[in-house]
Design a protein around this ligand. Structure first.
Ligand code: RUQ
Ligand code: CUA
Length: 665
């Protein structure tokens, strides 16, 4: 076909497509506008010229129409996406793929005033320190939204830090991190954060085995001394905090536990974790040993960990635990004796385990196996009842593979993670193929499992996230591929390329990639996508003088007219207010050597009237949202004249919103 003929055909196709998309739109608040634009069936004047000029194909037009969210309108979904080794959590609107917020979690972040002097945030970050070492980096992997009856409830989101085995709690009333907990017995985690169907517990599995408490032990003593662990962090929804007092762990063999998922409905009460390195390889290529990547992949089968958390909770409540570094731990032997822990063979170096929406099946993707393996909870429970098992070297019952396997389905190379839609289809990422496979769940009929189609993504896809795709009631519609490599997708920005995600329309018969998004922060791992209208975030804090940590009025709240500076020896306390366009007091005079505690109350209650605060030379940065009272402290080690000012351009006289801090030598 000649170029011009092709163009005409393309334009015709485009017209038909565009019209059908407009026609398909339900009556909504854009309806009147749409009527005036499309009116009697004509595209707006010039639309075809624009498409031709920009060289857009019908698929491009289709994608643009599906993702464009008009100015002033909201996205239908919010995606909570890990920021990987940036240690944060991104909030992204779907289908526009606009970044709405970067929530600071494990790493200090200056815009939000997180970790730059603010007493509240320093306390949160310090709770994640490791044996006195200040940890200010993180590797956030798997966000987990709080659930009620297996559905996202929009109240909280959790995320893990793989590198130091920590878990954080974020309150979705104000989208701020409220708590970081450090597991006292492991130094890396991965199978986290996954919540039980009513968020009774936040599940955390370890990754790289070490002796518990990561104490020193030579690698020759690996089998004997090194261990894995699963921790059930009890969540107190009322307090909005993990309740360390009611949390406990289960000791596991030193296989490297990988991702986990909680059972639901048919499998409620169980959780499942993959493992690799059941070889118990310890590396040491420099000493003539097989390198890790070979040593860890010798066996054809690893072990799916099948853990009865309701049973474990009974064992814990009966006090049948050992306290290790302050944490009650169900020992491996107790877990075996009490029927808490079972294994099932799983091929081969598995990565993701994902429970189907009805809770009946677990889908395991083995990195080195081109097929997914589907297990049934009914078969698992039957095999346990029949004691159809052999013991592993640690005495853990390994259920008979054929007795628990429901089906296997070949999808392609490097399957990793699976998500679900509303119509009985599953979507699995294929890392080596850089593709996503759509396949049909076959229930109890192994023959009914069927590969439907694959769509290429760029490149090296890791996790997938579908709209509410890991709940009891997935929405379908959208799927996001969280890719590892961008290569040529975006204009060059130096050797470190953007991490990237791709939006895929899964509403039709054919999957279509409809948006490429660069993230601008660390590598995305998992993400979860929730209906936007489930989030009930505050516009402003409920009362002026609010403490966002206690989620209650602050004892340091300062009213207009009550601003003051109090001195007690060399302890100085400043009570300040901020309002457009002044910080009161405007002069803070202190002496070198003073210890200064400084509270600022933003006495505004107008939507979006945030005042930032920075004190140059002292590393202080705050964000004080409408109604909030924030505090920071520092030692006035250096004398001099300093300017503090508001960092949000909040009014025409914002530049005047400043003050002097005079530190007398
Ligand atoms: S893991 S793909 Cu935490 Cu799959 Cu990243
Ligand atoms: Cu407040 Cu600028």
């Amino acid at each position: 076909m000649t170029r011009s003929k092709f163009r005409i055909v393309a334009l015709l196709l485009l017209l038909v497509l565009a019209l059908s998309v407009f026609a398909a739109c339900g009556r909504n608040r854009q309806e009147d506008a749409a009527d005036t634009v499309v009116g009697d069936g004509n595209l707006p004047a010039g639309a075809m010229d624009i498409a031709a000029e920009r060289g857009l194909s019908p698929d491009d037009i289709n994608a643009a129409l599906k993702t464009y969210v008009p100015s002033g309108q909201w996205d239908e979904y919010l995606m909570f996406a890990s920021g990987g080794h940036s240690g944060n959590l991104l909030v992204i609107g779907l289908p526009s793929m606009r970044i709405l917020k970067n929530i600071a979690v494990f790493t200090p972040e200056s815009w939000q005033g997180y970790g730059f002097g603010s007493i509240e945030s320093e306390e949160i970050l310090d709770a994640g320190n490791v044996n006195g070492v200040e940890i200010r980096m993180g590797d956030s992997h798997h966000p987990g939204l709080s659930e009620t009856a297996g559905d996202y409830d929009g109240e909280f989101v959790f995320i893990n830090d793989k590198s130091s085995a920590r878990v954080a709690v974020i309150d979705l009333r104000d989208f701020e991190t409220k708590q970081i907990v450090k597991d006292p017995n492991i130094i890396s985690n991965h199978g986290s954060t996954f919540v039980t169907p009513n968020t009774e517990y936040v599940i955390q599995g370890s990754q790289y085995a070490t002796p518990l408490g990561w104490e020193y032990a030579p690698l020759e003593e690996y089998e004997e001394k090194y261990r894995g662990l699963a921790t059930l962090w009890s969540f107190d929804r009322e307090a909005g905090r993990i309740d360390m007092e009611n949390s406990f762990s289960i000791e596991l063999p030193p296989y490297w536990q990988d991702l986990c998922d909680a059972g639901k409905l048919a499998s409620d009460g169980w959780f499942f974790c993959n493992s690799f390195n059941t070889e118990m390889a310890t590396g040491g290529i420099e000493d003539g040993n097989p390198p890790f990547e070979a040593g860890v992949s010798q066996r054809d089968m690893d072990y799916l960990h099948i853990i009865n958390w309701k049973k474990a909770e009974e064992v814990y409540k009966a006090g049948n635990t050992e306290e290790i570094n302050g944490m009650p731990v169900i020992t491996l032997q107790t877990a075996i004796d009490e029927g808490v822990l079972f294994f099932a063979p799983e091929p081969k170096s598995p990565h993701g385990v994902d429970v189907t929406p009805d809770g009946k099946y677990m889908v395991i993707a083995g990195k080195l196996d081109p097929q997914v393996t589907i297990y049934s909870i009914e078969k698992i429970e039957q095999a346990i009842a029949d004691q159809n098992w052999e013991a592993d070297p640690f005495g853990v019952p390994v259920l008979n593979f054929d007795a628990v396997k429901m089906a296997q389905l070949e999808l392609g190379l490097g399957p990793l993670h699976t998500q679900y839609d509303a119509d009985g289809y599953a979507y699995t990422s294929l890392f080596l193929d850089s593709a996503v496979a759509k396949w049909k769940l076959g229930g109890d009929d192994p023959e009914a499992y069927e590969l439907i189609e694959t769509v290429p993504v760029q490149y090296n896809v890791g996790h997938l996230a579908a709209a509410e795709g890991d709940t009891v009631s997935p929405d379908g519609k959208y799927l996001v591929a969280l890719n590892k490599w961008a290569v040529d997708r975006f204009a060059p920005v130096g050797p470190l390329l953007p991490q990237n995600e791709q939006l895929i329309d899964i509403s039709g018969d054919r999957m279509q990639v409809i948006y490429d998004m660069a993230m601008g922060v660390g590598e995305p791992h998992y993400a979860q996508i929730i209906k936007q209208d489930k989030i009930k975030a505050w516009d402003v804090y409920p009362e002026v003088g609010w403490d966002p940590i206690a989620q209650a009025p602050s004892e340091f709240a300062t009213k207009a007219g009550e601003e003051r500076i109090e001195r007690n020896g060399n302890e100085v306390e400043v009570f300040m207010t901020s309002i457009r366009s002044h910080l009161t007091p405007e002069h803070v005079e202190i002496k070198q050597g003073d210890h200064v505690t400084w509270h600022i109350t933003n006495i505004e209650s107008a939507h979006d009237a945030t005042h930032g605060f920075q004190l140059g030379g002292y590393n202080i940065s705050l964000s004080i949202e409408p109604g909030e009272t924030a505090s920071f402290e520092f030692d006035a080690v250096n004398d001099g004249t300093y300017a503090y000012y508001c960092t949000e351009f909040c009014s025409a006289l914002h530049l005047e919103m400043m003050g002097y801090m005079l530190v007398e030598p």
